[in-house]
Design a protein around this ligand. Structure first.
Ligand SMILES: [Zn+2]
Length: 305
């Protein structure tokens, strides 16, 4: 009997020592004397994720997640799922676009009082749009650059230990965006003042960057019925202003786009509104470059160069 208890005691002590040792090892690894504790940053949707991805880069100890799926698109009627809530409850920083796009923000402030919120579009001029505000600011390259700068600045304030890295990453990204803006400005010189019809609110910001004259606009950001009256009005406007190009988004603008092509002989350009896509740091740059190429081809100014 005695020997059996002795053996058990020894075994328990052994387990105790091993687990204490493991705990000490684990604590020292995760706390590292307080220098490398993980910071969890969550973005609300795709364009903010891409912007944050560029600012954070490979900064050690910072984990970046996106609230919505990369294919969710805009968050106009978005409801938080239980997974989203779980993600937010473990987050330190939440990066949002603002301009009313994240309609669930009131609940966030109440439910996650400790969460720091970075509103990337806070200091930007938000244009009026359907149902209030037109939140698609990222579609203007200059506005998107301000969002990137705001994210880098506020992230550095909240996480000063990585300030230099955020600044360096943001600077690299800004250089690429500046080159994009330059290409856009060159095209703007050729096409500004051209009348266009827009089939998505997002293109209001794009048209603004190019100085295009918006003849008519309809926000096809989701599945919706277009009345015969609306279509007739748009056709009349196209004829009155001599519109030759229509900017549309493929998933919701195709039906009306095809009708306008047939009825008015306009050319419909299906551009990327960059609210969904692959998680790649360069995807905003790539998408915008494709948009510029389509515009250059459509406005027929490339040949003379
Ligand atoms: Zn939208």
């Amino acid at each position: 009997m005695k020997r059996k208890y002795g053996f058990l005691c020894g075994m328990l002590l052994g387990i105790l020592f091993v687990s204490a040792g493991l705990t000490a090892w684990y604590v020292s690894r995760t706390d590292g004397g307080g220098n490398e504790q993980e910071l969890t940053v969550v973005t609300s949707f795709y364009p903010m994720y891409i912007a944050a991805m560029n600012v954070i880069g490979d900064t050690e100890g910072v984990r970046l997640s996106n609230l919505s799926e990369p294919q969710t698109g805009c968050l106009h009627d978005f409801q938080l799922t239980p997974e989203d809530m779980k993600l937010l409850s473990g987050a330190d920083i939440f990066i949002i676009n603002g301009g009313g796009l994240e309609s669930f923000m009131e609940d966030i402030a109440a439910d996650y009082p400790k969460l720091s919120v970075i509103e990337a579009g806070k200091d930007l001029a938000i244009l009026p749009g359907e149902g209030g505000e037109n939140a698609h600011v990222w579609m203007s390259v200059s506005a998107y650059r301000k969002q990137v700068a705001a994210i880098a600045e506020m992230l550095s304030e909240l996480d000063p230990a990585h300030e230099a890295q955020y600044a360096r990453n943001a600077d690299n990204y800004q250089k690429k965006l500046a080159a994009l803006e330059k290409r856009q400005e060159a095209l703007a010189k050729q096409i500004k003042g051209t009348p266009v019809v827009l089939l998505h609110d997002a293109f209001v910001y794009l048209a603004d960057d190019y100085g295009l004259a918006v003849s008519a606009e309809m926000n096809l950001d989701e599945e919706r019925q277009i009345s015969a009256g609306e279509a007739a009005e748009m056709l009349a406007q196209i004829r009155a202003d001599g519109v030759q190009q229509v900017l549309a988004e493929e998933s919701y603008g195709k039906d009306l786009g095809e009708m306008l092509e047939t009825e008015a002989g306009v050319q419909v350009l299906y551009l990327d509104v960059l609210n969904r896509g692959v998680y790649d740091a360069d995807s905003y740059l790539d998408g915008m470059q494709r948009n510029i190429t389509l515009l250059e081809e459509a406005f027929g100014e490339k040949q003379g160069e």
